[in-house]
Write a protein that binds this ligand. Structure first.
Ligand code: PLP
Length: 473
């Protein structure tokens, strides 16, 4: 291709504008696809066709339309499966501008507006979680990065020599429902997954605070003197929120670093009804929070906050003369404080949505999805076929068949088959997990447009599949 033909085909302004209109219209279609199946029952055949298609610049939009048709529709009100949100339209639409600008947050001179907006967003979140002025934080691509960054900062404070020499004898005490990324981080950091001491759960599937002293004793017996206590607000399987007040007090007594993984539940800080679940979160040394979960942002949008910003800055110790400024500036080079070097401007969508609609939007939406999970709970308590496993604290509910086969294996298989059948039918989309060693159904209400009627329909689909299974069909 000559430069002229490249210009005509790829950078021609009229063509670019046409592509923007076509793809913009498709984005709007995906964001408002509320009818039809949640996932096309024939999506696999469609995907195979898609992979065989001839793609050209002329039919790119048509191909993207087929990608949409063969995808799972998170905008559909009967999608209630995993902790991935139906995105707020404005937030999703601005993503193509982020890609077009492609300003990397690593250094201020490459991202003047992006760095400033990222800092502004972090300031707003600091205040939201009740942190003092000296607190700091960073945008990261997900809760996994946030948890790892928090543990790196904890290690820098508890075992400062470990950056240079490696190792670091630090025990991590964490409830049995703690997200796997915590023990994965321990492995990656060379602390070893044996350094993770699991704390049993209470009747609400929260970290049982009565068991915490025993976990400290076990860690001491194993030769540890430095500790990180991990609390979770919004556990992955059941959405349970640990008693932060009690755990903060225990961490203080043991001089342990307290990390709160509020990747899921952090959005409750906006909800006047459910905010109490985060009481005393400001006592945490670090907090993980994912706006791409309960603030309904498209992937990815996550933050990690530190009560004392010094700890964030001490977590990494790198020099890159081709990148970082030699003299202080109004805005720092953010690459100094994160794992990634090139960094996407993820904060724009969250910042813009917050400014455009105010906190009132997330008060309404976070409260609504939790209320709808309670409707599912009520449905189960009255259902002749289904029973709840727990009362939801947030927007997650696990439930099971009232009369499951006696054999654990047969019951597990039946629950799995029913979940698969519901999802294959396209009228609802749920998930499942294992609780207390038994497979159960699970719903996570991640679409603020899921109403009470939708949730009754979802449960009715599960009941229908359960009846069919009972008849052996
Ligand atoms: C409590 C909790 N922490 C961390 C994570 C990991 O977050 P991400 O998927 O954004 O990496 C999850 C994901 O579901 C989670 O539920």
């Amino acid at each position: 291709m000559t430069n002229d033909s490249l210009d005509l085909q790829i950078w021609n302004p009229a063509r670019v504008r046409q592509q923007a209109r076509d793809l913009g219209a498709l984005t709007a279609r995906a964001l408002t696809r509320w009818e039809g199946p949640v996932r096309d029952p024939n999506c696999l055949a469609g995907v195979r066709r898609l992979l065989r298609s001839r793609v050209s610049a002329e039919n790119a939009a048509k191909i993207v339309a087929e990608v949409i048709e063969t995808s799972l529709h998170l905008a559909h009100p009967r999608y209630v499966a995993q902790q991935v949100a139906a995105p707020i339209p404005l937030a999703a639409l601005v993503e193509s501008v982020v890609a077009a600008l492609n300003n990397s947050l690593a250094v201020w001179e490459m991202s003047p507006a992006a760095t400033a907006i990222d800092r502004d967003l972090i300031d707003d979140f600091k205040h939201l979680f009740g942190y003092p002025a000296r607190a700091d934080g960073r945008s990261v691509p997900g809760g996994s990065f946030a948890n790892l960054t928090a543990l790196l900062a904890a290690r820098a404070r508890l075992a400062p020599e470990s950056w240079k020499r490696g190792g670091g004898r630090i025990a991590i005490l964490a409830g049995a429902q703690t997200h796997y990324t915590v023990s994965r981080a321990a492995g990656m950091m060379g602390l070893g997954s044996d350094a993770v001491f699991t704390i049993p759960l209470d009747g609400l599937y929260r970290t049982d605070s009565r068991e915490v002293p025993a976990a400290f004793r076990a860690a001491r017996r194993a030769g540890f003197h430095q500790f990180v206590l991990v609390a979770t607000c919004g556990s992955t399987p059941t959405g349970s929120c640990d008693d932060l007040m009690t755990l903060a007090e225990m961490a203080r007594r043991e001089n342990a670093w307290l990390h709160v993984d509020a990747a899921h539940g952090g959005g409750m800080a906006f909800s006047r009804r459910y905010r109490f679940l985060l009481r005393e979160i400001e006592r945490a040394d670090s907090i993980t929070f994912d706006p791409h979960k309960m603030l309904f942002m498209p992937l990815t949008a996550s933050i990690v906050l530190f009560r004392n910003g010094r700890h964030m800055r001490a977590a990494f110790d790198q020099h890159a003369p081709y990148l970082f400024s030699v003299s202080p500036r109004e805005f720092p080079d953010l690459g100094q404080f994160t794992i990634a070097c090139s960094q996407r401007f993820d904060s724009l969508k969250t910042w813009l949505t917050w400014k455009a609609y105010s906190s009132a939007l997330w008060d309404e939406l976070t409260t609504r999805v939790c209320d709808v999970a309670h409707v599912a709970y009520d449905h189960c308590t009255h259902s002749p076929l289904l029973e709840p496993v727990h009362e939801p604290q947030l927007n997650i509910l696990c439930f099971r068949l009232r009369r499951a086969p006696r054999s654990g294996r047969a019951s597990d298989l039946l629950h799995w088959r029913i979940k698969e059948e519901v999802n294959a039918g396209g009228r609802a989309y749920i998930s499942s997990t294992v609780l207390d060693g038994r497979r159960v159904f699970r719903i996570v209400v991640m679409n603020p447009r899921t109403g009470k009627g939708d949730i009754h329909q979802v449960m009715a689909e599960v009941e229908k599949a359960a009846r069919r299974a009972a008849k052996g069909k």
